[in-house]
Design a protein around this ligand. Structure first.
Ligand code: PLP
Length: 463
């Protein structure tokens, strides 16, 4: 029998992160400042420490993982690669479905991979406190965990709707010593402005980012920086440890060829983590289909334009070249809170422009259905975000059965859903509605781009 759990020895954990910017035929276009010119490292220095800014701009293919970071990651890494044989049997599919289980980290998702790295680089740079935003609470809890290990203070602005729906993540943050408040809050100018206009707003990641950035740049001691859990190049970089480990493990499992790679996509980091090492193979000639999967309620890659847009509502961040639904966009309050961000990583965006990726969008009802099938066959109750990747893997496995083809499918199980059972409850009670974004709302959201500079569409046309 083939192995179901494919482990990797600690001493085989990757020593370097992989930087896709080194291999993309056209690297992502630079972030722009308010004057329309590329931002200089100096302009970002109040927001991020210089060592991470250097990583953000790097074109080096391999970047060494400092030993001290590896030492922290050993708590849960390498993570297991598992084969979903119980689901395969249920589906009677000839496909082999593998998943990288990132739910085993202390915070329950892939996010500590970058949280630990970011906290470490900030500490190296002499920073004492990190501020951040969180949607479903996954990122806030990951950063709280990392900060407590490294002795940094941590302040988290949590999107109001999740703050109310998901009290347990707040408690996790508190247990790890962080200060977590609902966003919009009365503690920042950005928050006060929004509450004046709309006191009942559910909040959004864009608003919470504005608040967290404002906290960092307005600290008179200069010892606070901001940390972002997704979207930026250095975050994608830190997450590539997922795909690099998976590659080794697939070799151990005797797989020579991977046909399909899948990740759910909010800001793009777990997707980038699992897929970028395979995107590299695709650039160099391998035939692999690579699917980022998003919700139909927030269809950034499948229906949004490729534009220069801000990362946040108050336009405190530089303009990033990315697919976006507009920095003002507040998506429907679906349960996959981590997939409600208006934009997506510039590296994922450029790989999409290039034709290397084939984005898909699924409705939350279909995703919960897939998640329950997963729970009843494989066992784990996955995060609502992760259910989008599960739904795609199931669809691919069924397609393989219908076509009578063997196929190797890999996806990232980005996190467990044990803190997110309220969404499952609603689905099981039949209270959950389909939440496809209407064309009207989409057009309204993207009208903000008329005044923005336009990125060039750089595509070699090879894929
Ligand atoms: C945050 C989160 C996501 C979405 O963020 P990405 O940056 O797109 O990975 C997906 N799954 C889980 C479990 C998360 O916590």
């Amino acid at each position: 029998m083939n192995s179901i759990k494919i482990m990797l020895e600690e001493k085989k954990m990757p020593t370097h992160w992989y930087n896709l910017a080194a291999d993309l035929p056209n690297p992502p276009q630079p972030p722009l400042g308010p004057d329309g010119n590329p931002v200089s490292p100096q302009m970002l220095a109040k927001i991020f420490p210089m060592n991470l800014i250097e990583q953000e701009m790097s074109r080096e293919r391999w970047i060494k993982i400092p030993d001290e970071i590896r030492d922290i990651l050993y708590r849960w890494r390498p993570t297991p690669l598992r084969r979903a044989v119980y689901l395969e049997r249920y589906l009677k599919t000839p496909a082999r479905i593998y998943y990288k289980d990132e739910s085993v980290s202390p915070a329950g998702s892939h996010k500590p991979n970058t949280a630990v790295a970011q906290a470490w680089y900030n500490k190296q740079f002499g920073i004492k406190k990190l501020s951040t935003e969180t949607g479903a609470g996954q990122w806030g809890s990951a950063l709280a965990f990392a900060c407590t290990l490294l002795g940094l203070e941590c302040k988290v602005f949590m999107v109001r709707i999740s703050f109310d729906q998901k009290p347990f993540r707040k408690m996790m943050m508190k247990a790890w010593g962080a200060d977590c408040i609902a966003s919009p809050s009365l503690q920042t100018n950005a928050g006060r402005e929004i509450l004046k206009k709309d006191p009942d707003t559910p909040g959004s990641l864009g608003i919470a980012i504005s608040e967290a950035v404002e906290q960092a740049v307005s600290d008179p001691s200069g010892k606070t920086r901001y940390a972002l859990g997704s979207v930026l190049n250095h975050v994608m970089l830190h997450q590539t440890i997922i795909g690099l480990e998976a590659k080794e493990q697939l070799k151990t499992a005797g797989e020579k060829k991977i046909d399909v790679v899948i990740g759910c996509a909010g800001g793009g980091s777990n997707f980038a983590g699992i897929s970028f090492p395979f995107v590299c193979d695709k650039i160099h000639g391998e035939k692999i289909r690579i699917y980022p999967v998003e919700p139909t309620a927030c269809p950034t890659l499948t229906r949004g334009p490729f534009v220069y847009d801000y990362g946040d509502v108050a336009r405190m961040t530089p303009l990033l070249a990315m697919y976006s639904l507009g920095h003002n966009f507040i998506p429907p309050a679906i349960h996959a809170g981590g997939l409600r961000y208006h934009g997506i990583a510039p590296l994922v965006s450029q790989a999409t422009v290039e034709g290397l990726l084939e984005p898909k969008a699924y409705d939350q009802v279909k995703c919960y259905e897939a998640a329950l099938l997963w729970a009843k066959t494989e066992g784990l109750i996955v995060a609502p975000e992760t259910s989008h990747a599960v739904a795609c893997a199931i669809e691919e496995a069924i397609k393989a059965r219908e076509e009578g083809k063997e196929r190797t499918i890999l996806f990232c199980l980005s996190g467990h859903g044990l803190m997110d059972l309220a969404g499952y409850d609603k689905y099981m009670n039949g209270e959950l509605k389909e939440a496809c974004l209407s064309e009207d709302l989409l057009q309204k959201a993207v009208s903000v781009f008329q005044s923005h500079p336009q990125p060039k569409i750089c595509r070699t046309g090879k894929w």
